[in-house]
Design a protein around this ligand. Sequence first.
Ligand code: NAP
Ligand code: GDP
Length: 329
Amino acid sequence: MSNVVLVTGGTGLVGKAIKHIVDTEPEGSRFGKRDGETWIFASSSEADLRDPAQTRQLYEKYKPTHVIHLAALVGGLFKNMKYKLTFLRDNILINDNVLHAAYEHKTTKVISCLSTCVFPDKVQYPLDETKIHSGPPHESNFGYAHAKRMVDVQNHAYKEEFGCNFTSAIPTNVFGPHDNFDLEDSHVIPGLIHKCYLAKKNDTPFVVAGTGKPLRQFIFSHDLAKLFIWMLREYDDVEPVILSVGEDEEVSIKAVADAIVNAVGFEGEYTFDTTRADGQFRKPASNKKLLTLMGGFEFTPFDKALDITVKWFLENYHNARIGSLANRS
Ligand code: NAP
Ligand code: GDP
């Protein structure tokens, strides 16, 4: 049978990583492209998914049997703090349109992407799939978090009322080639890679926001891509799955900055701007459900993945997403 897999947000960090894996995995691999399968990687210029008519047209054009729904307004801590209503509205609109069009077009399966930001701020650690709705999210990203949490509610409602096979994946902080390297509106790894690169190039200070003490779990985008493909093939339940390295693999922001200094080859000192926000102190998530279901997975070591990302950034500076604050010259 021929399947059409539509990846919304197919031009972003995670979408490009899924494309890379689909294009490069050897025949017979658990994560490779299968015979008769067509993959579509959609951008916002092809359809603005905040708009129901454009969303419907995208489904009419490709008639997807499967959807990996990544499209979202995405940003790191500082962008989330600035645009709470926009994060809430845009993501609610996108998610509602994508899920309802999938229902109308009788799409066999949809996997939507959430984030560990959706979890409650005050909760017993480690986070696991049962705790999404057990308290308010951290105030720094409540717009994004509430919009994303609602996808889990929608998935259950679509299943109960119409029997739809809609589910969700919950990744931790993602990084890799094709990330958004904006100086201000990005996540910590791409933001700091760009800042460190400029500090080295221009002999200017490298300043890390906050105290450096918060802890995060990071997943390399190519690993995450494989996990999405595993879910597409082998997971058929409405309950979400956390896609993460182990809960014992938290890294401090200072350790991230040190690793970036090393990977970029920056030889100066760097400082912390403690007037800037730290955000949530930690949000360790358990990958027990994932590993039990998959029977194991080999994650790329953090330093290796960081080297690949920095190399990609240096080789692609002229085409990378570096934001409006940076000057490419
Ligand atoms: P990204 O690099 O910023 O890419 C976002 C993608 O969404 C792009 O393809 C973009 O299309 C598309 N998009 C944005 N607004 C859209 C709209 N109105 N209509 C249609 N498409 C739209 O983000 P990412 O990091 O790959 O994130 C992918 C998913 O992972 C998101 O659901 C995000 O919430 C989730 N996630 C990300 C992280 C992380 O650390 N990055 C962590 C946890 C979860 P164009 O580029 O064509 O505009
Ligand atoms: P979060 O996991 O959603 O909070 O997302 P981020 O990827 O934005 O990580 C935020 C953490 O990194 C906070 O503790 C910030 O203070 C710290 N941080 C340090 N420098 C930067 C930076 O340049 N950009 C971002 N986004 N965060 C930074």
